[in-house]
Design a protein around this ligand. Structure first.
Ligand SMILES: NC(=O)c1ccc[n+]([C@@H]2O[C@H](COP(=O)([O-])OP(=O)(O)OC[C@H]3O[C@@H](n4cnc5c(N)ncnc54)[C@H](OP(=O)(O)O)[C@@H]3O)[C@@H](O)[C@H]2O)c1
Length: 235
């Protein structure tokens, strides 16, 4: 039976690249994100079983319904790649607004916990793995990342550590994946949007997909607690 991977943020960037590489490696992939059309684009060219479930990860009922649908359809769920995330250009204490702070935390932190919580029975049953896409700013303090992004991404380290310590007895493993700059649409949320020359020096989504694939295909007795992957020019 093919192993089943559920990816959030699968309609673009790293999530899309992971979907394509995992499918090529023989995984059944489930794609989630808000934009159905983007999920269709991600699914194009992917061979093998694939399921698209558009949803907003902030909606706990939708997340739980998606998990039920995956298990109903495939009978198992072996891995999560949690790539849905957001930032905002107005991100420092002198220009942020608190509603946006709450929303960044809702997507980057609360929704990650919501999806893992929904899928935990399945991860226990499969000795599964969760790859939590955090950030360089979740690994080391990076002032440019902003208040909400820094706080939400650095909290993911604790999410992963508690999962690894609390769920090891069930064989569940989690990875705190901390990418440096990656040339994706995400950069458009920066106060100063990088130009093409700057993007050309960054990682590609495929660089991250290759790293994720290494985690996904590691044997069940191997836990990769944290990975920091950055372009050679990272500051
Ligand atoms: N690019 C970088 O330099 C960089 C570096 C370190 C870490 N990261 C992290 O890497 C992850 C992937 O980002 P990316 O660079 O691949 O950028 P991206 O292409 O903008 O991907 C972000 C994805 O998150 C999804 N998303 C946002 N809010 C959502 C919501 N409420 N519900 C469901 N899906 C939602 C978006 O899809 P919809 O809009 O369709 O929902 C989008 O596909 C993010 O968590 C980001 O924080 C990025």
């Amino acid at each position: 039976m093919q192993r089943v991977l559920w990816i959030t943020g699968a309609g673009s960037g790293m999530g899309r690249a992971v979907a394509r590489s995992a499918a090529a490696a023989g995984w059944t992939v489930v794609l989630s994100g808000r934009r159905a059309e983007a999920l269709r684009d991600s699914a194009s060219g992917v061979e093998g079983p694939i399921l698209q479930i558009p949803l907003d990860v902030r909606d706990g009922d939708a997340v739980r319904a998606a998990r039920a649908r995956i298990v109903d359809e495939f009978g198992r769920l072996d891995a999560l790649v949690l790539a849905a995330g957001r930032n905002t250009p107005r991100r420092q204490w002198d220009d942020q607004d608190v509603e946006t702070f709450h929303d960044v935390v809702a997507v980057n932190l609360n929704a990650v916990v919501t999806v893992i919580d929904a899928a935990l029975p399945d991860l226990r049953a499969s000795s599964g793995v969760a790859v939590v896409v955090s950030s360089y700013a979740g690994w080391a303090f990076h002032p440019g990342a902003g208040v909400a992004y820094s706080a939400s991404k650095s909290a993911l380290s604790s999410v992963v550590r508690t999962l690894n310590s609390g769920e090891a007895a069930h064989g569940v493993r989690a990875t705190h994946l901390c990418p440096g700059d990656v040339a994706t649409d995400f950069l458009d949320q920066r106060p100063n949007v990088p130009d093409a020359a700057a993007r050309a020096r960054m990682l590609t989504p495929e660089d991250i997909a290759r790293t994720v694939q290494f985690v996904l295909d590691s044997p069940a007795h191997v836990r990769i607690d944290e990975l920091v992957v950055s372009p050679v020019s990272q500051r």
